[in-house]
Design a protein around this ligand. Structure first.
Ligand code: XIL
Length: 473
């Protein structure tokens, strides 16, 4: 419903209004536009980041916990809007999928598969074999062949169930130590060095279409650990052990992004495998200082840029959405602020930094502004014309204070206006609210009008409308 504000005529307009109208008021709209709705509550005004990533041939992913989506609508809305890839934060791990030997439980994993399918997202499988979140029954096996059977049966059970539907699997997670030696896990102790390649061969047979990855943390720069992984990948490639990709978790402490991050990713890519940032978060000691948040933003942007500059880097996955549900406070008490979204879904500088590194376009408003404009010529005579403009609030939140801008045809000047505060700068006309039409409630509109001198240019076509800086044409 449009609600017309009563016109307030000023004496200064009388000269223009006194001139005889040369044409009857026209009803042809000069501009009629409504903006695509910016999803309310996402905390920023960029296009969906998945769209920006897609233009570079990459995916933007997140660690997904279905129980949160079921209880938190904002989490769900962001999960659907921003991401083109989903990693199960926990539901595809060994303890979740095979809590008792030979008894597979796929409820959570299935829920993730259907969420991803419904939202046109790829699924990154995480993780088939890992010493953590490995069920007690498996950890307690001491016989080598029995452990191999348990591991291979697990891989066949899980990778087999989702055969053809998983983009890539973390076949093995976190098998190395800081110094580059093998982690002395039950897997390593019972099976010896060959267990990693055996896991990869079993996974390839179970799902020949999934890319098979090795994933680890603190391998983000060139160091003893990443070099040990590098040497393993090189050896696998040389011997024909099936490996397609390496995941770099990138759980960082603010200020500690290794300078060699890009060089490290590149050296793996040069071995002929894909690389990916698989679990990005950057923790800050609480309370987070402004300076820490700036470094945090710079490092988030740098990680994305490093990946974007490497053709074999398939994209970036962040380990959650909002700090509210991050795993960081559990493992690192007193630290968090690790993700781009705060507890209340406002965004940190890191969000803009990520968006800009991806080349994301702005397309909405952080206030959820959704506007529609109609502009009509109300009277048209030889030396001037009157324009009536209506701004409609087509969104769900009140617009509390507005400034409309438009460009007048060359040489034309504002003569006077009503129901707004008018200023002209070059051909750009700005009209801000008065005290009596400041708020536009959802579904309502305000109107104002003004006279313009023609100065020899008879066009009445106004161009480039914005409301509060947002494009409305
Ligand atoms: C974490 C989850 O985020 C937590 O919810 C869970 O309690 C423990 O695991 N490296 C990995 C991830 O590969 O699976 C871990 O996820 C974080 C570290």
């Amino acid at each position: 419903m449009r609600k017309r504000t009563a016109l307030v005529a000023f004496a200064a307009t009388l000269t223009l209004l006194a001139q005889p109208a040369q044409a009857l008021p026209q009803e042809a709209p000069l501009a009629q536009a409504s903006l695509a709705a910016a999803t309310p509550g996402i905390g920023h005004d960029y296009e969906p980041l998945r769209d920006a990533a897609a233009r570079s041939g990459k995916t933007f992913g997140f660690a997904y916990a279905p129980h949160i989506a079921n209880s938190d609508a904002k989490y769900k809305a962001i999960a659907q809007r921003e991401f083109s890839m989903v990693t199960a934060e926990n539901n595809m791990k060994w303890d979740a999928t095979e809590p008792r030997r030979g008894q597979f439980t796929f409820n959570g994993a299935d829920e993730i598969m259907s969420f991803a399918a419904a939202n046109n997202q790829k699924v990154y499988g995480h993780a088939l074999v890992w010493h953590a979140q490995m069920p007690a029954w498996a950890k307690s096996i001491t016989n080598r062949d029995d452990m191999r059977k348990a591991m291979n049966d697990h891989i066949k059970g899980v990778a087999g169930r989702y055969k053809g539907k998983i983009e890539a699997w973390d076949v093995v997670n976190e098998a190395f130590e800081w110094d580059g030696s093998r982690r002395p896990s039950e897997l390593q102790k019972v099976m010896g060095n060959s267990w990693i390649e055996e896991a990869f061969r079993t996974a390839r047979a179970a799902d020949p279409n999934a890319k098979l990855c090795y994933n680890d943390y603190s391998t983000d720069g060139i160091n003893s650990k990443s070099t040990a992984v590098y040497n393993m990948v090189k050896d696998f490639k040389a011997r024909g052990v099936p490996i397609d990709c390496v995941g770099f978790q990138t759980h960082l402490i603010v200020g500690q992004l290794p300078a060699s991050n890009k060089q490290n990713l590149q050296r793996f890519a040069d071995l002929g495998v894909d690389v990916r940032i698989t679990e990005l978060d950057i923790r800050i000691q609480l309370p987070a200082s402004q300076q820490a948040l700036q470094t945090h933003a710079t490092e988030y942007g740098q990680v994305v840029k490093n990946c974007w500059e490497i053709s074999r880097c398939t994209g970036v996955t962040i380990w959650g959405i909002s700090d509210k549900y991050s795993w960081i406070p559990q493992v690192s008490p007193g630290w968090n602020a690790a993700l781009p979204w705060n507890d209340n879904y406002s965004t940190k500088p890191a969000l803009a930094s990520v968006a800009n590194a991806m080349g994301a376009k702005k397309n909405g408003s952080s206030t959820g502004l959704v506007c529609g404009i109609s502009a009509k010529v109300g009277a048209n005579w030889s030396t001037g014309y009157t324009t009536d403009i209506v701004i409609a609030n087509k969104g769900t939140t009140p617009i509390d204070g507005w400034t409309l801008q438009t460009t007048l045809p060359d040489g034309q000047k504002l003569a006077t206006g009503w129901s707004g505060q008018f200023t002209q700068n070059g051909q750009r006309l700005s009209v801000s609210n008065t005290s009596f039409n400041k708020t536009i409630k959802p579904g309502e509109s305000v109107s104002f009008n003004f006279n313009t001198t023609k100065n020899g240019n008879s066009s009445t076509a106004l161009r480039n409308f914005t409301v509060n800086g947002q494009q409305c044409t």
